[in-house]
Design a protein around this ligand. Structure first.
Ligand SMILES: [Zn+2]
Length: 420
């Protein structure tokens, strides 16, 4: 059994690395002439720069991934897990205490391993290409804030779940799921008020000229309780973006201040229309429901497998503590997740098309959104030549060249659903 799992892990790892290599080769070799919409915006020089930027990221990603693979192999297949499992059980008394210690130390190691990569990414790569706006001081402040918030949430989630497992040994899968989904919902409502302001400053759009256009667009889109805000992303990075978040009464569209600097008013309104499309098509609600159903099924399956006592044999072991088995299950789940990725990416790209279609209908043309996206690609040094297979598996948004062509034509997609 142990060698079957080792084989699957090595196969998935090989596939992942092969995809990265394929994507890299494709970017460097298969550069075709860009469509007319890109003319005057992205020249040879830009393409060289964006290739160099992507290459620097690829190299670091490869190294980080490689370290992760070696650690995983040593921990699960090199005998570290059973040793660590016994060591934790000697250090602490009690089911909940042992469980918390077990996961906390592992999370700590994972965090420490990640620090040099994060520093290198921000202060070497992003710095070299002019994206990094962060000082060391801000990096440390962010780091410690995340550590505190993450630690608190971890203690609450893990402690609460372990307590439920102990209190309801025959039905914990349902209660743990309920606890997690309740907390997820709470965080969706509370995070814009409690957590995000610790890192970012949100304020109403500063561009007064935009106000009428924004109000008109909200009315036309039929979005009432929505807020349009800008965020001071430029304090950390020169990258630009926009996103939508929240359900019920806390819906909001957030535009990076960098985006406001890079796009003209008509392009900004088109980006806003796209984000409004996500609301009107009910994408947040659908994602939430899908996530909850998957979580419920996972909890139930975990319960069945943990009860069966079969798990330690997967690694050729006689026994493992409850939390040791949970860790093993999480790892198997992440392996299975690789095969689920293309489906969820496809679904996400489908929703992006729906939001694009909504923007076309609302603004009357896809032209402004297209030219906005081209500018964003230029400013962010985006990869314009991803391998189609890489796009199919990983991309949450349609590949840019294809998307811009589609927007320019303003094609009406027959399988687009209306608003909700
Ligand atoms: Zn979108």
């Amino acid at each position: 059994m142990k060698f079957i799992f080792l084989g699957i892990y090595l196969l998935v790892t090989l596939l992942r690395f092969a995809l990265e290599w394929l994507n890299l080769r494709h970017r460097q070799q298969a550069q075709k002439p860009l469509p007319a919409a890109f003319a005057g915006q992205i020249d040879e020089e830009r393409l060289k720069r964006s290739d160099a930027y992507a290459l620097a990221g690829d190299k670091l990603g490869l190294l980080e991934d490689g370290v992760g693979v070696l650690l995983t192999l040593a921990f699960l297949f090199g005998g570290l897990l059973p040793w660590y499992d016994r060591w934790v059980s000697v250090q602490m008394e009690g089911f909940i205490g042992q469980g918390l210690l077990f996961f906390a130390l592992l999370a700590l190691v994972q965090m420490l391993v990640g620090i040099p990569f994060s520093l290198y990414r921000n202060f070497i790569i992003e710095e070299r290409f002019g994206f990094n706006k962060m000082s060391f001081k801000l990096w440390y402040a962010d780091f410690f804030k995340s550590l505190l918030i993450g630690g608190g949430l971890f203690a609450l989630l893990a402690g609460g779940s372990l307590w439920l497992v102990k209190a309801a040994p025959q039905s914990w899968w349902f209660w743990v799921w309920g606890f997690w989904s309740g907390l997820t919902l709470f965080l969706m409502y509370a995070s814009p008020y409690l957590i995000e302001p610790l890192f970012f400053k949100f304020k109403p759009l500063e561009k007064v000229e935009l106000e009428d256009g924004v109000r008109e667009l909200l009315d036309k889109a039929g979005v009432k309780a929505g807020k349009v805000l800008q965020v001071d992303a430029s304090r950390r990075s020169g990258h630009s973006n926009a996103y939508f978040t929240g359900i019920g009464k806390v819906k909001r569209v957030v535009l990076f201040d960098t985006l406001l600097m890079q796009l003209d008013d008509r392009e900004l309104l088109a980006v806003l229309a796209h984000e409004l499309g996500h609301w009107r098509c009910g994408h947040i609600r659908k994602r939430l429901i899908k996530g909850q159903l998957v979580a419920l099924f996972s909890c139930w399956l975990a319960f069945i497998l943990l009860k069966s006592g079969i798990l330690p044999s997967w690694l050729g072991l006689d026994q493992l503590s409850f939390v040791g088995q949970v860790l093993l299950l999480g790892w198997v789940g992440s392996l299975a997740g690789f095969f689920w990725t293309p489906i969820s990416s496809w679904w996400s790209r489908h929703q992006e098309r729906q939001a694009d279609q909504f923007a076309i209908d609302l603004v009357g043309s896809g032209r402004q959104l297209a030219s906005g996206l081209v500018k964003l690609a230029r400013e962010n040094l985006s990869n314009l030549f991803p391998h189609p297979l890489y796009v199919a598996i990983y991309y949450s948004h349609p590949a840019l060249v294809e998307r811009v062509l589609w927007l320019e034509q303003g094609r009406v997609n027959s399988d687009t659903e209306g608003g909700s």
